[in-house]
Design a protein around this ligand. Sequence first.
Ligand code: ADP
Ligand code: MG
Length: 623
Amino acid sequence: MKQLGRIMAFTKKLTPYYVIILVTSIFVTAANIVVPFIIGQATDTAVAAANGNTPVGQAVTTALWLAAAFLAIDVLSTVTSSIGGYFGDVMSQKMRAILSVRYYEKLLTLPQGYFDSELTGTITSRLNRSIAEVINFAKSFANSFFTTLMTVVAVLIVSAIYSPWLALLLAIVFPVYLWLTALTSKRWQRLEGEKNEEIDLAGGRFTEVVGQIRVVKSFVQELRELKIFSHRYVKTVDVTRDQSRHWHWMDFIRRAFMSLIFFAIYAIIFVNTARGNFSVGDMVLLIQLIALARQPIQSMSYIVDTAQHAIAGSKDYFDVMALVPSRRPALADSMSSEGVPDELVDLISDDDESQPSHPTSPSSVEIREEAAGDVAVSFEHVTFGYDDDPDVLSDVSFTISRGERVAFVGESGGGKTTLTSLLMGLYAPRSGEIRVFGRDVSNMHVGDLREEIGVVFQDAALFSGTIRENISYARPQATEEEIVAAAKRANARKFIEGFHSGYDTLIGERGLKLSGGQKQRISVARAILKDAQILVLDEATSALDTRSERQVQAGLESLMEDRTSLIIAHRLSTIATVDRIITLKDGRIDEVGTPAELAQTDGIYATLLALQNEGTKKAKKSL
Ligand code: ADP
Ligand code: MG
């Protein structure tokens, strides 16, 4: 229930909608309650005429007037409930928009660590499911909760006038009904949680498998994947059996209890009418009123049901919303109206406590002016490990001067990629400091920090969409000339312009429709266009064949001109010309020196170099 309150608080901009829905529902309920009075009155008129107590002409006139009143009320209440329905629809969609945008906003601020351990599809499934359930509840709540409550209260008051016993019995129904419902709730919630977990995990695998369908196909694992998926759903059916059996037993008890109470209520009405305490009109009125109260009490069962789902759903929602954003959220001030519909910006912009503010940092350019000497990057006694894992890097210290090219060499899994992730502020070191142009990375606004760093990964990591969109990803406002120039420098212009649609060629999800070398040259063009001071090349050519590697290498050389570069390369031939090599061993810095110097020692670089040369010789011999 607490979570539902939080949703209300979350969507407090919808208050006018809540009020309109409340007012229309009050009106509709009032109209519903008046109807039994008219029918009661009509019955008494008819009975009086039949008994000869009133002249027939007069009775007919009264009856016609009552029918006209009935019509008027009916029309008014239909109109009002249509208005209420309209606002209800708009409200629920707005609610969906707010909750979805907030969730997405939250996700975008979460630290890299969150995404390391969650499947994309699970995140998506959780979002869709939990929001759908919350909305469903909001709708049924808006449509019937107030109406139900008001009907019950009105019926209570009217019946109290006729008989205190009636009122007492009616007064018991509601709270006992809710109490019986609450009894079922805990177990139900737990089972619902189990079920949701299975569905979300199935969703996670689903997305992953569809995304890597080539691998599934090539290892002929379709059947196994299908089994894993269907097992999860079989489990949800089993949970539902248990859950629903439990729920419907309790529902049976609730309804049986209601039936008993209503038996007593009808008995009181019939007996009193037979004894002449109530007129026939009174009896008709009361029967109608009770029917009016009975129906919504039963429909409470539906509201309660949707509320249960919403509580379970909103728990998942708020579990995510409660996660702590990374220390330097990139969103807060960079999320301008650009690209986001004004209405949504308006909805999420003000009174937002969930968004930790960060002090606006002075522009990076100013700082660079006053930065300590010529040092571009420095690591000072940096120690880091993932989560609770042992250290991946221990006491790593080095400095890189402006314009210098430094290569990192070490065994696979030695922490080279980790080092670059730390530099980009994706993770925080356990101890030590990392500086970029003299500024402590942990105090830098993430936008400023990443402004300074351009990256080319091993996996080109492109988005679906056009080549143009991908090249200009970091600078969507780049001109056509700039895009073409970047493509040219990246050695990509020729092949792009060879495509039928040129820069407008759609490249498929993650660039599926391009070759590895083509993708990588586009990602080099993207980095060129970003024009950052510091460049990180993490195995940028490792996945390529020799020919593609040469083509990409040419683009990289052009990219590295006049920039500070950190290079990680698998093939040592590609780093033979760097200024300095730093080798990592067991998470520590082992050696530092020029390629020529390190080739003379018996360290990792020399060992790996010897291995690779041997490989090349062998390859040459076998030709
Ligand atoms: P390299 O790039 O030198 O091959 P990495 O920096 O990728 O090495 O990995 C260093 C170590 O950290 C490895 O043991 C790897 O298993 C671990 N590691 C890498 N990324 C993560 C992650 N996101 N979560 C947990 N452990 C990780
Ligand atoms: Mg790596």
